[in-house]
Ligand binder design. Structure first.
Ligand code: LMR
Length: 338
């Protein structure tokens, strides 16, 4: 028969202490939002920067504050290569690297987006990024511990240097900064230039000091990094595309409570529409602002000049077929109708 032992004052005090301890651990844990560090390398005042800010605002609203999105622009936290490593290690949760930067991860298919003249305009691009081919490509990241959530547009690149870059001959021997893409390397080689892979955050200074002679970027990046102040010439070549995949650490994403993930999915869908809705106009405005600044002479291509560039640069498609995957290139061309 069990005997009833009265609880002593000491035992009671110990129990109260234990309860207080449990509460003191539990209460802040319940109130603490889930932090999403979103690191990127461009200025806040760009299509990507504005898209990230929009996602922050919507994500926090749609999860009723259960998530705290912290955006770190301008390579504040990590540079190009480091940010991908940081994502895989879980030091940051979200990035939007340019599609030209996935090669070092072992997913070379994304370099299809770097092929010269593969997209004639934003509509052709969207036939890929908003369709099955885009989805298939994002799926290739899963094996690397990464989930691809969306494509965000930037725009079509222009070539700049401190000497005129109007014909392919003008590129001979010029040191041209590129992103870490073998396709971009092949593109610059086709022009007779000397490609130099360099982190985005280092480009302005490299141009200023003459470490490189020129570069390629959409106007929004060129303007917000003030590259126009250190580039005397540019050709509005629109020879290639630069855009992004918004990616998250897969383990982190899969481990989120379902209702939180649903709120974030909704926020991402709307932030994507927003970012892609402003990209073209942002680039047009940046180009106008640089023309007005007057530090760079902008050259509009003639049809003949463009035809020469196309002739010199399109062999890169076949040259890079083994690296990118002939099937991926064919799928992209089929989706764009050409
Ligand atoms: C670059 O390195 O030139 C771009 O990828 C930067 C960016 O994120 O737009």
């Amino acid at each position: 028969m069990a005997t009833h032992t009265p609880i002593t004052r000491r035992q009671l005090a110990a129990m109260a202490g234990a309860t207080a301890l449990v509460l003191s651990f539990a209460a802040p844990a319940l109130a603490e939002p889930i932090v999403i560090k979103f690191s990127h390398v461009v200025a806040p005042d760009t299509p990507k920067g504005k898209g990230a800010a929009k996602f922050e605002e919507l994500a926090e609203a749609y999860t009723n504050g259960a998530v705290d999105v912290q955006v770190y622009p301008n390579s504040q936290l990590y540079k190009d290569k480091e940010e991908l490593e940081a994502l895989q290690l879980g030091a940051v949760q979200m990035l939007a690297p340019s599609l030209a930067k996935f090669g070092p991860l072992g997913v070379q298919d994304f370099e299809v987006f770097d092929l010269p003249y593969i997209f004639k305009d934003y509509d052709a691009l969207h036939a890929v990024t908003k369709g099955e081919v885009g989805k298939m490509l994002l799926g290739k990241l899963e094996d690397k511990g990464i989930t691809g959530l969306a494509y965000w547009d930037n725009g079509f690149k222009i070539m700049s240097a401190n000497s005129p870059v109007i014909t392919p001959d003008d590129f001979l021997g010029l040191k041209m900064r590129i992103q870490s893409s073998k396709v971009l390397e092949a593109e610059m080689n086709a022009l007779g230039a000397v490609p130099q892979v360099m982190a985005f955050s280092e480009v302005y200074q490299a141009l200023q000091t003459g470490v490189v002679d020129g570069t390629e970027n959409p106007p929004s990046n060129m303007y917000t990094q003030k590259m126009n102040e250190v580039q005397k010439h540019a050709t509005i070549s629109n020879h290639g595309y630069l855009g992004y995949a918004v990616i998250v650490n897969k383990q982190f994403w899969d481990g989120l409570p379902e209702d939180v993930r649903a709120g974030l999915d909704k926020a991402m869908a709307e932030a994507t529409d927003y970012a892609n809705g402003i990209a073209k106009a942002e680039n047009e405005a940046a180009l106008e602002a640089m023309k007005a600044a007057g530090t760079t002479e902008f050259h509009e291509m003639t049809e003949e000049e463009r035809a020469t560039w196309v002739e010199v640069l399109t062999p890169v498609h076949d040259e890079m077929a083994d690296r990118i995957g002939a099937e991926t290139i064919a799928a992209v061309k089929a989706a764009t109708g050409g």
